[in-house]
Design a protein around this ligand. Structure first.
Ligand code: SF4
Length: 228
């Protein structure tokens, strides 16, 4: 593992300081709806107890050889990771979480929207983290790869990614034995400056309601060398 100093690894405690209208949009709740009125009542508690956090860490890309990419001495086997990181020297790694502030407060027991609120806090944390990379380091980290999003780079790779990032427990995050992140509304990523890549562009779940990019069949064939 590479050397670490305070400029390479940053822990972010992310403020919940957006308006109720913006937060509602993150929840996909329309203004002028009954759900929005409920959210407006609840939002002061979300601001008070929400605890999104992140760890970001600069990491050197040591080499990319065929489908093997070595980052800080750790080798990942994945065609898409190799394709996207070829020619790059440095990337940001991140673990981002909604945190468990709402659950632990006890104020949201039985609230059917708790998972929606946590999903919105994760989205807020991800946006903040990418903005932080841009503002502090001049780095466009909006192109991201994350373990488990494609069969080509399965969730088990979280163990190695977490090893490089180090001490995710510092923000209350851990992995279960299969490599899934706890708490559930959390994510891990390699951020690279580049082409606006989004995992959805190579994901074959065509009917996914969370899709954020069109499936790119030509790109799929170019990277994986086979028909989808
Ligand atoms: S299409 Fe859906 S399942 Fe596939 S990567 Fe995008 S959000 Fe995930």
């Amino acid at each position: 593992m590479g050397k670490e100093n305070s400029s390479e690894r940053v822990v972010l405690h992310i403020p919940v300081d957006i308006s109720a209208e913006e937060f509602a949009a993150y929840c996909r709740i329309k203004k002028n709806s009954a759900a929005f009125e409920m959210l407006e009542d609840t939002y002061p508690l979300i601001k008070q107890y929400g605890s999104p956090k992140a760890i970001i860490r600069w990491a050197n890309v040591d080499s990319v050889i065929e489908d093997r990419t070595t980052i800080e001495g750790v080798t990942f086997q994945s065609k898409v990771v190799a394709d996207k990181l070829k020619g790059l020297q440095r990337v940001f790694l991140s673990v981002v979480t909604a945190g468990e502030g709402l659950e632990k407060s006890g104020k949201f027991n039985g609230d059917p929207f708790l998972n929606t609120y946590d999903g919105a806090l994760l989205f807020l944390a991800s946006r903040y983290t990418i903005g932080y990379m841009k503002n502090k380091f001049g780095f466009d980290g909006s192109s991201m790869l994350n373990p488990g999003s494609l069969p080509d780079w399965p969730i088990i790779n979280n163990f190695a990614l977490f090893d490089i990032i180090g001490n995710a427990g510092e923000i209350g995050v851990s992995l279960n034995e299969a490599g899934y992140i706890r708490p559930w509304n959390s994510g891990s990523h390699i951020h690279f400056s580049g082409d606006g890549y989004h995992n959805c562009s190579l994901c074959k779940k065509l009917d996914c309601i969370g899709r954020r990019a069109r499936f790119d069949r030509d790109e799929y064939i170019r990277i994986f060398g086979e028909e989808p």
